[in-house]
Structure formats: C-alpha cells, structure tokens
Design a protein around this ligand. Structure first.
Ligand SMILES: Nc1ncnc2c1ncn2[C@@H]1O[C@H](COP(=O)(O)OP(=O)(O)OP(=O)(O)O)[C@@H](O)[C@H]1O
Length: 194
C-alpha cells in the first residue's frame, strides 16, 4: 500500500520566487476540481503606491483585507513602539484580527492556507500557537515559510520545517511549475479522502 501523503505542505524559497503565486494557483485549480471545498486562511500581498512598495496587507480567503506592515509613518502614532522589519512597521493588531479567526481548527474545514509564517507574522505571540494547532490537527494545510538566512531559521519557522508531519518544497525559478503540480496532486489526494 502507498504511504499516506503528508498533510502539512510547506513551500519555501527565496524572496520573490513565486511562493504566493504557487499557493494561489494551486488553490484555484483545487477549487475548480473540488468545487465544494471549505478552505480557510489568508495570504499576504504587497501594497504599492506610484510603483513603490510601501507595505504589505493580509487578505483572508473570503476576501477581507487589512494592513500587515507599512513604511508610511503617518499610519503609526509616534507614541507607540512598533515592531519593525526593515523600513516597515508591523501592525500586529490588524494581523491578529484578520488571521487568527481564520486559523481556528474547525472540523468543517477541508484545507488551511497560511501565507506566510514569517518574521512579521511572528511578532504576534498568538500567531505561532495558532499555526501549531493547525499543524497538529487532522486537517490538511498549505503554508509558506521563508528560507533560512545566513544558514539560520527564524525560531518558530525551524519548528515547522522540522515538524514530523511536514513535507517541505523548496522553490526556484526552474522547478516552480513542477512543484506546483506535485503540490496540487498531493492535496488533491488528500481532498479525496475528506
Ligand atoms: N511560475 C511563475 N511564472 C512566472 N512568473 C511568476 C511565477 N511565479 C511567480 N511569478 C512572478 O514573480 C513575482 C513574485 O511572485 P510571488 O509574490 O508569488 O513571490 P513570493 O515568493 O511569494 O514573494 P515574497 O517572498 O515577497 O513573499 C510576481 O510578479 C509573480 O507574478
């Protein structure tokens, strides 16, 4: 008998390699082949003004969005010490209000999408425990994580990468289309069992 496919699929790769694009395309294909899937989760996308990246936002899979981080100082009162990543200040409360409800483990969910578990998201002390509960549930999950920098993972990310139930897919521009097919096939098998 073939081994059961892993239930936690983690996509990693250098910045801009196409992790979010892969996740969204896999989701679109899954939704057309399995129209009744209950998918929950979120993805993050850039916010651009006049061609310049000025921040990131969180978008839930049911279409709600809010800020994740911004380089526009005016959004952030000086009186508060905001966590920062590079030039961006991170709006942890906004992330939590959108992402945490999406990560609640409910048995009527067929698939979780978590894009991404990165430095900004991990400023929320509630975020990583919520991701771990998803990883340890019996519900399939497709998540993105950053590559280690200078050979070191962000601490929470290392736990996900080394999770016994996880398959890690490392993207580069040469393999991202075949990776997408493998990930789709693996998730499709998992969806048939649900
Ligand atoms: N398979 C692909 N073929 C052609 N272009 C692609 C492909 N995947 C992604 N791209 C393009 O590469 C750019 C970056 O893609 P994407 O945002 O998905 O990368 P990412 O790895 O999620 O980035 P980040 O590390 O910033 O989160 C986008 O402009 C996207 O259209």
């Amino acid at each position: 008998m073939a081994a059961a496919p892993s239930r936690c699929l983690l996509v990693t790769g250098p910045p801009g390699v196409g992790k979010t694009t892969l996740v969204m395309r896999v989701l679109e294909t899954l939704r057309s082949s399995h129209p009744h899937l209950a998918v929950r989760g979120f993805y993050t996308r850039e916010v651009r003004e006049n061609g310049e990246r000025v921040g990131f936002e969180v978008v839930t899979l049911d279409g709600r969005s809010g800020p994740l981080a911004s380089s526009r100082i005016s959004r952030f009162p000086e009186s508060v010490r905001w966590p920062t990543v590079g030039k961006y200040k991170v709006d942890v409360a906004s992330l939590e209000s959108l992402a945490l409800p999406e990560l609640q483990v409910k048995e009527d969910t067929d698939l979780f999408i978590i894009d991404e578990v990165g430095k900004m998201e991990l400023f929320s002390s509630a975020f990583f425990p919520a991701v771990m509960r998803v990883m340890e549930s019996n519900i399939p999950v497709l998540a993105t994580i950053p590559l280690p920098r200078y050979g070191r993972d962000i601490p929470g990310v290392a736990r996900l990468r080394n999770h016994p139930g996880a398959d890690v897919f490392t993207l580069n521009t040469g393999n991202r289309d075949t990776m997408r097919e493998s990930i789709y096939n693996q998730l499709s098998r998992l969806m048939q069992k649900r």
